[in-house]
Design a protein around this ligand. Structure first.
Ligand code: A3P
Length: 328
């Protein structure tokens, strides 16, 4: 079977990095890519290198905002919402004044361009919008890194973190579609049972999913002013309420209900999916912008998982999440 690891250039070149990698546990992810275990989680080597630099060099400002998430949990949606919230008109402007002054940022580029992912900067297809290490102005950044891997300056400053997660079965199915489109285009998809096994054992990109969620969950319980913990399903079922929660948390409360309606509409899957900037092109190598937008349904897993697979994931959730009072 042909796989595509050679399409991914190794950006890790110096001896120090090679030595580090040689010492880390290694596994093959979905027959496509070598991943390494660092700080208890699994990553591709370039991500580890970026994460190490980030952890040792990043100086957070109190007014930085970090969006964090498990993969395929609604990161793109959260990015779009946050962009709109941060740009929301101030209450002294009239609606017309606002519209004359602001182009809709979502129509200019894919949300992943506007809010860069810290650890995949090396995979960018074009120069990032700003230098993530330049602390001369507040930054809006995103990461899939686990909480433990974040720089101390993020943990100890007043900068805010919004974390989004999702039902594990829907996350897995979304991941299955996403990685099949990248690793196995025009080929048979990876057998779903294999994907379920990897997911439950935690050996997958940014895995284990469950420990990732628990770390942020516990921290959000300890410091609710610091970390806002959002579930994809909550956003879907009552978007206005939860978008308002995010806005308040970020210190940008909406003045009028109409503003919330507008943000929810501007960030709807149907709208984003059909914007020209999202129909073509790519912000990250090998990842088309369109691949971030699929069905966006709660419970899509029912169309794919057998009862046995469902039980396998449910059981893992019961063991890993429920002791912490977490139900996804
Ligand atoms: P599905 O694959 O279940 O459709 P991420 O952005 O973290 O990569 O997550 C991708 C998932 O979020 C995909 O789920 C995608 O369809 C969904 N999604 C993307 N934009 C969305 C939006 N505006 N509203 C709701 N869901 C969205």
């Amino acid at each position: 079977m042909s796989t595509i690891p050679n399409k991914f250039p190794s950006l890790i070149s110096d001896d120090h990095d090679d030595k580090l990698l040689n010492e880390l546990p290694k596994e093959r992810f979905w027959e496509a890519l070598d991943i390494f275990q660092w700080e208890g989680f699994w990553f591709d080597p370039n991500i580890i290198k970026s994460a190490i630099t980030f952890k040792s060099s990043f100086e957070a400002r109190d007014d930085d905002v970090l969006l964090a998430s498990t993969m395929k949990a609604g990161t793109t949606w959260l990015k779009a919402l946050t962009l709109c919230i941060m740009q929301n008109k101030n209450t002294h402007q009239t609606h017309d004044e606002y519209h004359h002054k602001h182009v809709d940022i979502l129509t200019t580029e894919n949300p992943h361009f506007h809010i860069p992912n810290i650890e995949t900067i090396t995979y960018s297809t074009k120069a990032p919008k700003f230098d993530i290490y330049d602390s001369s102005a507040p930054r809006l950044l995103q990461t899939h890194l686990p909480y433990a891997a974040l720089p101390d300056s993020i943990k100890n400053s007043a900068c805010k973190i919004v974390y989004i997660t999702r039902n594990p079965k829907d996350t897995l199915i979304s991941m299955w579609h996403f990685f099949n489109s990248i690793y196995k285009p025009h080929q048979d998809p990876i057998p779903l049972q294999k994907a379920v096994d990897c997911f439950c054992s935690g050996v997958h990109m940014y895995g284990p999913f469950f420990e990732h969620v628990v770390e942020y969950w516990q921290e959000s319980q300890k410091r609710p002013q610091k970390i806002l913990f959002i579930k994809y399903e909550e956003l879907k079922s009552d978007p206005k309420r939860h978008v308002s929660r995010i806005a308040e948390f970020l210190g940008r409360p909406f003045g009028h209900e109409k503003e919330v309606d507008e943000v929810v509409w501007r960030c709807s899957l149907e709208r984003l999916k059909n914007l020209e900037v999202n129909k073509s092109g790519s912000v990250l190598l090998y990842v088309t912008n369109s691949s971030y937008f699929r069905k966006g349904e709660v419970g899509d897993w029912k169309n794919y998982l057998t009862p046995e697979m469902e039980e396998q994931i449910n059981q893992t959730s019961r063991i890993k999440l429920e002791p912490f009072g977490l139900f996804l």
